[in-house]
Design a protein around this ligand. Structure first.
Ligand code: FE
Ligand code: FE
Ligand code: FE
Length: 181
């Protein structure tokens, strides 16, 4: 019987030196870099936020982000790779856009919070796209433990996105609509 065919769906060790594995590691480096940039940015977002609810959300997401960075380091370790970042142009752009939103909105306004939620959700969606793909590739590569770690983070990013939507919809958007230009 052809062992390659048996390996098919969960290639596992057979994929150890595949191009896909190289791509997987490159994308890990990308999100590792991105998470570190996010960890640096969240305290600034907290400081810029108006409502305590949003400040708290940014603070707890910083704690979560630090755990996500450790989880990525664990994935690198499982692969026998050095944990190393690689410039992620996308996150730099999203963060830059967020800084623009802060400078274009007045402090202590709900409109500022609306803008910060926009910026933060763009970050979360970038992360969801990346972790979703990475978890899927880990499965294809037969990297079960890595897959579980990446999936855990994926779920945290999805929850964070929902939390931000909740804050916007519960009061921030409405309050901002009452602010005079
Ligand atoms: Fe993250
Ligand atoms: Fe990237
Ligand atoms: Fe996140």
């Amino acid at each position: 019987m052809d062992s390659k065919k048996i390996a098919g769906k969960n290639a596992g060790a057979g994929a150890a030196n595949s191009l896909l594995k190289e791509f997987f590691v490159d994308e890990l480096k990308d999100i590792y870099y991105a998470e570190k940039q996010i960890a640096k940015t969240l305290p600034k977002m907290k400081k810029a936020a108006t409502s305590d609810e949003l400040k708290n959300a940014f603070e707890s997401h910083l704690t979560m982000t630090e755990q996500q960075i450790e989880r990525l380091e664990k994935v690198f370790e499982l692969l026998g790779e050095k944990a190393k970042g690689k410039t992620c142009e996308a996150i730099e752009g999203i963060i830059k856009e967020g800084e623009g939103i802060i400078s274009d909105t007045d402090s202590n306004t709900a409109t500022r919070d609306v803008g910060l939620i926009f910026a933060a959700q763009k970050v979360e969606h970038y992360e969801i796209a990346t972790y979703g793909g990475l978890a899927q590739l880990a499965e294809t590569l037969g990297l079960t433990e890595a897959q579980q770690l990446l999936h855990t983070t994926l779920e945290e990013e999805k929850q964070t996105d929902l939390l931000l939507t909740g804050i916007a919809e519960s009061h921030v958007n409405y309050e901002a609509s009452e602010e005079k230009a």
